[in-house]
Design a protein around this ligand. Structure first.
Ligand code: GLY
Ligand code: MN
Ligand code: MN
Length: 437
């Protein structure tokens, strides 16, 4: 995105910071998978949201002093020898030009310059507990300044979690962000279609995962937004199953929960389909129940509808359906009251979605469930999971796990489904799989 986009985001944040306050954000640390082998670098979402800067060893400072807003970026400076190994860096000069910093310095100068930046501020914002190492640094900088207090310098006395400002901004997506999310979602939807089309009994779960990843990468997504779940048969009842190492069997359902990350924005899609292309009677009954719950919950989405409406709708429909199928016995009201659905449906209706798959933002405000607003993006993802060893249900239902998950943006008029490119009715799925040859 243009540097102006980040400038405007910072201005919005500055408006909520009182005069003589400072916000400090550190870049993400490099994480090691084993020995000295690194995981692919992923910038901290808050840091990226306000800077667009994608390098490690960086520090962003938003300083509001005497009514003036300053954006100061500390980063690794150019170093041909180091760049020979790890690639080209932006460096201090281009940080000014390309990223719109008012001042930029080598990261090695941060501790030296911090007392001067902190002097005279009264509030310091940072992501408390995001990085214990960084928390320590922040306290050490304030402590160092405290030594100068007799010379008349004021030091920050209030340490405030920056999330309370930035999370709220991130919760409402701009048109620029929605464009990226549409792309993340549509390319992920295409990948799901490919996986459905190429699924064959006898393949391994990881072969379907490979198809998904290939499609993600082919369309410019460099990483999945989270570890892909390809769960066949009873594995689908393990909510975060990621071993993906079992052979796909004839009568299995295949549950795929996978989404690409595209330019730092996540998609999160789940589809469940029969490995051999044809649902059994029991699989279809459970599947259509989950689908009915999901579709009803989606149809109710509109501005001002409270967040928990989807979960309530889903619970009612699932419980009624489980009674109809004789899996639960009793009245809907009593079974809801007793939470009798928990062995079969044990998670929430969804979560905010954005730069993080489980994105930031409160679900309640002042004790009440949050009313939806245009620009909020979230998932709707009911499921039913009947464990293979649940002896309290008739045998024909055991081992069936179904989840259906779509990504939705709230609009002025209602909602837009960002992931509708993957079929989800029984008829559409069976047709797609029949045509695969
Ligand atoms: N893929 C994680 C989730 O659905 O929340
Ligand atoms: Mn999800
Ligand atoms: Mn998911």
């Amino acid at each position: 995105m243009e540097k102006q986009v980040y400038h405007l985001r910072r201005e919005k944040i500055f408006q909520q910071m009182p005069d003589n306050s400072i916000a400090l954000l550190t870049s993400a640390e490099i994480k090691y998978r084993n020995s000295d082998t690194e995981y692919p670098y992923r910038q901290d979402s808050h840091f990226y949201y306000l800077t667009g800067f994608d390098e490690c060893e960086s520090l962003a400072v938003l300083l509001k002093k005497k009514g003036q807003n300053h954006f100061i970026l500390f980063c690794q400076d150019r170093d041909p020898q180091a760049e020979q190994w790890t690639g080209v860096r932006v460096g201090v000069n281009d940080a000014l030009e390309i990223y719109g910093a008012d001042e930029a310095y080598p990261i090695g100068e941060a501790s030296k310059r911090m007392p001067e930046l902190l002097a005279g501020t009264t509030i310091i914002y940072f992501l408390v507990n995001n990085s214990p190492e960084f928390d320590k640094k922040v306290f050490s900088w304030v402590k160092a300044l405290g030594k100068k207090i007799r010379s008349g310098i004021t030091t920050p006395r209030q340490f405030v979690d920056f999330r309370q400002i930035v999370d709220e901004a991130r919760l409402i997506k701009s048109q620029d962000e929605l464009q990226l999310m549409r792309k993340a979602c549509s390319l992920s939807a295409d990948a799901h279609v490919h996986a459905m089309k190429h699924c064959q009994v006898g393949m391994y779960e990881y072969e379907l995962e490979a198809i998904l990843l290939k499609e993600f990468y082919r369309h410019g997504s460099r990483f999945p937004a989270y570890s892909s779940i390809v769960a066949t048969g009873d594995n689908a009842c393990t909510l975060h199953y990621t071993r993906n190492d079992k052979m796909i069997k004839e009568k299995d359902l295949v549950l795929i929960d996978a989404g690409a990350e595209y330019h730092h924005y996540a998609a999160d899609i789940t589809r469940t389909f029969p490995a051999n292309g044809k649902f059994t009677k029991e699989q279809q009954a459970i599947y259509e129940l989950v689908l009915a719950a999901q579709q009803s919950a989606i149809q109710q989405i509109a501005p001002e509808v409270p967040w928990n409406k989807a979960q309530e709708t889903i619970l009612h429909i699932l419980v009624q359906g489980l009674i109809d199928l004789k899996i639960l016995k009793g009245s809907v009201a009593t079974l809801l009251e007793e939470k009798a659905y928990l062995p079969f449906y044990m998670h929430n209706s969804g979560h905010w979605l954005g730069m993080d798959v489980h994105d930031v933002g409160e679900y309640r405000v002042q004790g009440n469930w949050r009313p939806l607003k245009p620009g909020m993006v979230f998932t709707v993802e009911p499921g039913l999971y009947i464990s293979a060893d649940n002896m309290s249900v008739a045998e024909q239902w055991r081992g069936i796990g179904v989840r259906i998950e779509d990504d939705i943006v709230v609009t002025e008029q209602g909602y837009e489904v960002l992931t509708e490119g993957v079929p989800k009715s029984v008829h559409e799925i069976e047709k797609l799989m029949k045509d695969r040859g």
